[in-house]
Design a protein around this ligand. Structure first.
Ligand SMILES: NC(=O)c1ccc[n+]([C@@H]2O[C@H](COP(=O)([O-])OP(=O)(O)OC[C@H]3O[C@@H](n4cnc5c(N)ncnc54)[C@H](O)[C@@H]3O)[C@@H](O)[C@H]2O)c1
Length: 290
């Protein structure tokens, strides 16, 4: 997709981090915008900012884990703008800790937002994009956690590996259907955003009853430190993503050095070796268990 002017961008998780930067760039490129987020106050700030800059913007409070809310988002997009061209399935949350200590509510919350949120975006938008017949593009936000399996990030890793295979399968399904819709999967490493405070939007019915375990507390601290000390900005990730959409590039890995670890994992699979330490090249970044 190379022509953005007057086209319609739909962005989930638009109230903060990458989603907010996608929205700013889309507005700069003259796109009409449908912005969705579960956090109403953060969403309103972005909608107001972009309207002040003259953009045509709809803001909708949406929990992407709820099918009926994403369906409503798609209905509203098509009733107000008659089309969608660039869909960012971006909303996401994180939790950490040893995998057997993660609660079933951790699984339900993270998989609900990170996986079912993307599934809902695909389910309610892709058929309409196909009918539309225009050149369109979908960007699913995964993570390098979708290409690696780092310790004490199990629930998040499973959710992001799911987004990678969902995106690869979508790519192939669109290819065999001879569709004009492009796909990219965004896989950043740590970037300063609100991701390590994602519990701020955790629904009360999925809150944990038990206090944090040592590994969960350590993972939370390590995540806050790694995210806040990330050197690449959310704005830069969003710019790289728009360039990839223009180039119809599928895999978007924003942190080049992490590819060493990805290659190590792929070599493990190729040689049927037991898994190497994903932090072998950056031991200081490894999450402790205590
Ligand atoms: N920041 C990083 O280091 C990093 C690295 C790799 C991948 N990611 C991924 O990037 C995406 C964006 O995260 P971010 O880093 O910008 O974090 P962020 O917390 O700044 O932004 C995420 C946004 O998603 C929204 N959100 C949370 N739950 C939602 C729900 N149920 N429905 C709708 N919106 C919801 C939040 O309110 C927030 O505005 C996520 O999928 C995250 O997993 C982040």
């Amino acid at each position: 997709m190379k022509d953005f002017k007057n086209k319609v961008a739909v962005i989930t998780g638009a109230g903060s981090g990458f989603g907010r930067e996608f929205a700013r760039i889309a507005a700069d490129r003259g796109m009409r915008l449908v912005l969705a987020d579960v956090q109403a106050d953060a969403l309103k700030l972005v909608v107001d900012e972009l309207r002040t800059r003259g953009a045509h913007v709809i803001g909708e409070q949406v929990d992407v884990s709820k099918a009926e809310q994403v369906e409503h988002l798609a209905n509203r997009t098509y009733s107000e703008f008659g089309a969608s061209h660039l869909l960012f399935n971006n909303a996401g949350v994180a939790s950490g800790g040893l995998i057997w200590e993660s609660s079933l509510k951790d699984w339900e919350w993270v998989m609900g937002v990170n996986v079912m949120g993307v599934v809902h975006g695909i389910h309610f938008f892709i058929p309409r994009m196909i009918t539309q017949g225009d050149q369109c593009h979908v960007v699913n936000t995964a993570s390098v956690a979708g290409l690696l399996s780092a310790q004490t990030m199990g629930v998040y890793n499973v959710s992001k590996h799911s987004v990678v295979t969902l995106s690869e399968t979508l790519f192939h399904d669109l290819r065999v259907s001879e569709s004009k819709i492009g796909v990219s999967v965004l896989c950043p490493a740590f970037v300063p955003t609100g991701i390590s405070e994602s519990h701020r939007n955790r629904p009360s019915d999925l809150a944990n009853d038990a206090p944090l375990t040592d590994s969960q507390r350590a993972a939370q601290q390590a995540s806050s430190k790694a995210v806040s000390s990330g050197k690449i900005t959310a704005q830069s990730v969003a710019e790289t993503t728009f360039s990839a959409v223009e180039a119809n590039q599928f895999y978007i890995v924003t942190h080049a050095k992490i590819m060493q670890s990805v290659h190590l994992r792929l070599d493990d699979v190729r040689h049927l070796r037991n898994p190497s330490d994903p932090f072998a090249y950056k031991p200081d970044a490894a999450y402790p268990v205590k």
